[in-house]
Design a protein around this ligand. Structure first.
Ligand code: NAG
Ligand code: NAG
Ligand code: NAG
Ligand code: NAG
Ligand code: NAG
Ligand code: NAG
Ligand code: NAG
Ligand code: NAG
Ligand code: NAG
Length: 631
């Protein structure tokens, strides 16, 4: 205990507390050199070695002489881009509760020791109560997920004596949701649970039929004209590909990637991204369609004759800035939910129901664009989870502009220049985020921008980068908001990740409020939207914790803020799109008008004179709260 405590004390008291809280109480062994002297040592344990997976606990082959045991995989071989793979273990003499199967990739990953896995998980901000795996299989399941396994409902007689069965074995099958992550996968059958795992069997490795397949295309706007759209996609191939759109126009992709060396870490706090969470992202292609019409439908496909083509996808451009009307969806803190019963390093239970609801909205043709304001995938240093996230949002993000803001789980790390020195990005430090979601920002690691769509000017900031009064970002916010022509875009919406007002007070930074809130008032921001806290909370027209105006009820009983007589911004927390919900306190300060803890998203319709904001419950489609702002 002492060693760990003194090691991390210098980092921050909070961090130290988190780490200590997650060390097993029996923690007594001396620290592994990987922990003490990380960045140098990691080089040999990560990209350039095969010890990438399950690499932090002593793993042995179980002393199990069962000659009947077998493991088989039922899948296409080679694997398609997306399929359920069935893994069967048979010939089991003693089915046990703590038998489990992990999916690892690349398939030649191997095994070493792992003394402090829980502390490593805590580094990513992952304080969930999943059975945390010692290391990082892409996903894992207990055999007991097959109800027939423990009960031995599928038995086989392997030794008969005089017509009587003297040795009988059992079997079970698990289903895994597998997507094309480019590197071959392998299944490993363990017993001993997640804490003292030992290996019973390894499956044969299975490869993807086309690791170069262009996948997970998603759109974003590059400016306020509504006539240009960027498409970004992933492929295992580094050769430029084509984006074909409209009437036979072709644009060649710019190819990006990032390597383990681009991940951040710290001597005091080695990161998962640079070590056991790394997974090769392949290549991220991006190309811009130009000459489109705003608020119109077009189609595209992407790829090449060499690596294959995506389906043809029809999408809609957003309305041009300064036009009369905009319908958009906005939320924070979504992440991803697996489509199988697996445990993964970081699961957001509401993400699946929310994306299904978003898809319904897009199918209904009522969505011009989507904004996701921070805490995007929660891959947090376990990079393969970006692929799963991109697959999840693909049905919506391939059809309307998907604009993002950076959150703590994309950016923060010790000694990395983030405002908050929590290890919440797991060592990603914004690099994967910026590569997957190129936004119209001023430069690298400057993830702030503005964009106009219809009657709205959006000023999108990074709460994780310096916003203090003399900072570069502050100067940008100030000039961006001062330059808004309110005859052209009557509505000014300010968005970022960490809130100014939340009843879960520890999540609001008084310094941030002190520095930036005056700019909101000066520039007559109508609406300030934030995530980070995993619930929904709406304020009065608030400034310095005082209600400068209250909404009144319209004829339908809907709260209406009259901004013809502007008082202050309305601030709303909308971090309820997937991450396990935070509670909503029953009592709160006077500025807090509505608090709801349900999974969902915000649906906004802005005309020139009215902005209607609705919080939609993803499960029930019920509007849980709504309000109007009028001009
Ligand atoms: C870490 O490793 C480097 C290279 O071997 C060595 O020079 C340094 O002294 C080590 N630091 C610690 C704290 O062990
Ligand atoms: C890394 O591996 C190389 C090659 O096997 C070896 O020479 C070097 O000493 C190793 N470094 C560490 C820190 O283990
Ligand atoms: C594992 O596979 C990768 C890619 O297939 C290869 O580059 C690497 O050398 C392999 N490692 C070992 C130890 O075989
Ligand atoms: C599984 O393990 C058993 C016992 O070690 C061995 O006999 C069998 O060949 C293995 N099967 C596979 C598919 O690895
Ligand atoms: C593979 O699994 C599917 C779905 O359970 C099943 O229909 C099929 O028969 C299986 N094939 C083999 C060869 O086991
Ligand atoms: C087989 O089992 C039956 C019923 O349990 C028993 O009566 C019989 O004696 C057994 N036969 C032998 C050869 O053990
Ligand atoms: C909401 O939907 C999710 C997934 O569809 C489900 O697990 C959950 O139980 C639902 N919650 C309610 C309150 O209906
Ligand atoms: C502001 O926008 C209006 C409406 O689009 C336009 O007529 C006016 O020229 C703009 N003013 C400036 C200073 O650009
Ligand atoms: C009340 O709701 C109805 C139906 O949605 C709508 O037509 C009407 O304009 C609303 N009234 C006000 C004052 O918003």
């Amino acid at each position: 205990m002492h060693l760990i405590a003194s090691m991390y004390l210098s980092v921050s008291l909070t961090l130290c507390f988190i780490l200590l809280a997650f060390l097993p109480s029996s923690f007594s062994w001396s620290l592994h050199p990987l922990v003490v002297n990380s960045s140098f040592e990691h080089r040999n344990y990560t990209g350039i070695s095969d010890f990438r997976v399950i690499n932090r606990r002593s793993l042995i082959n179980c002393p199990n002489l069962n000659p009947y045991r077998q493991m088989t995989i039922n899948s296409s071989n080679p694997l398609s881009n997306e399929e359920f793979v069935y893994v069967t273990v048979s010939g089991i003499l003693d089915p046990a509760k703590n038998d489990w199967i992990g999916m690892i990739s690349p398939s030649n990953s191997s095994v070493t020791t792992c003394p402090t896995s829980e502390a490593y998980y805590a580094q990513t901000g992952d304080l969930s109560s999943l059975p945390l795996l010692c290391h990082y299989p892409v996903k894992a399941q207990y055999m007991s997920n097959d109800p027939d396994y423990l009960s031995c409902a599928n038995s086989e007689c392997v030794v008969e004596y005089n017509g009587n069965c003297t040795v009988k074995t059992c079997s079970g099958t698990l289903m895994f949701d597998v997507i094309n992550i480019r590197t071959p996968i392998e299944f490993v059958f363990f017993t001993g649970g997640f804490v003292t795992p030992c290996i019973l069997n390894l499956s044969i490795p299975v490869s993807f039929a086309n690791p170069s397949m262009p996948l997970y295309g998603h759109l974003s706007s590059i400016d306020s004209t509504g006539t240009s759209m960027r498409l970004t996609w992933v492929s295992g191939d580094n050769q430029p590909q084509q984006l074909q759109y409209g009437d036979g126009i072709t644009e060649t992709s710019v190819v990006n990637s990032f390597s383990q060396d681009d991940m951040c870490s710290s001597a005091l706090l080695p990161s998962p991204a640079k070590d056991f969470g790394w997974h090769d992202p392949g290549y991220i292609h991006s190309a811009v369609m130009t000459g489109l019409e705003p608020s119109s439908s077009f189609s595209y496909r992407y790829g090449s004759d060499l690596v294959g083509w995506s389906d043809t996808i029809t999408f809609k451009t957003p309305p041009a800035g300064g036009s009369d009307e905009l319908r958009f969806l906005i939320y924070g803190d979504m992440g991803k939910t697996p489509l199988d019963p697996s445990v993964e390093h970081y699961i957001q239970p509401g993400a699946l129901s929310v994306t299904k609801a978003l898809e319904k909205e897009v199918n209904a043709g009522n969505v011009d664009s989507i904004f996701h304001i921070g805490d995007i995938s929660y891959a947090t240093g376990f990079l393969v989870e970006w692929d799963y996230f991109l697959r999840l949002i693909h049905p919506v993000a391939s059809r309307v502009s998907y604009m993002t803001a950076i959150g703590n789980h994309e950016r923060d790390y010790v000694s990395s220049g983030s405002v908050y020195i929590t290890p919440d990005s797991g060592g990603e430090c914004g690099v994967p985020y910026e590569t997957y979601f190129p936004m119209p920002t001023p430069g690298k690691d400057m993830p702030w921008y503005s964009i106009e769509q219809g009657s709205v000017h959006f000023t999108v900031i990074s709460t994780e980068h310096d916003w203090s009064v003399n900072s570069e970002q502050y100067a940008w916010i100030e000039s961006d908001m001062a330059s808004v022509n309110r005859s052209n875009t009557p509505w000014l919406i300010f968005a970022g990740h960490r809130p100014m007002y939340t009843s879960l007070a520890l999540n609001a930074d008084a310094n941030f409020v002190k520095a930036v809130e005056p700019l909101l008032l000066q520039n007559k921001v109508d609406l300030a939207l934030f995530g980070h806290v995993h619930n929904y909370e709406r304020t009065c027209s608030v400034y310095q914790s005082e209600c400068l105006a209250m909404p009144t009820k319209d004829g339908n009983g809907t709260d209406t803020y009259d901004n013809t007589n502007y008082a202050a911004p309305v601030q709303v927390v909308i971090g309820m799109a997937g991450f396990t919900l935070d509670p909503s306190p029953n009592t709160a300060a006077a500025w807090s008008l509505i608090r709801i803890s349900e999974f969902g998203y915000a649906r906004v319709h802005a005309t020139v004179t009215e902005l209607l904001f609705e919080f939609v419950n993803a499960n029930t489609s019920k509007v849980e709260d709504s309000f109007r702002i009028t001009k």
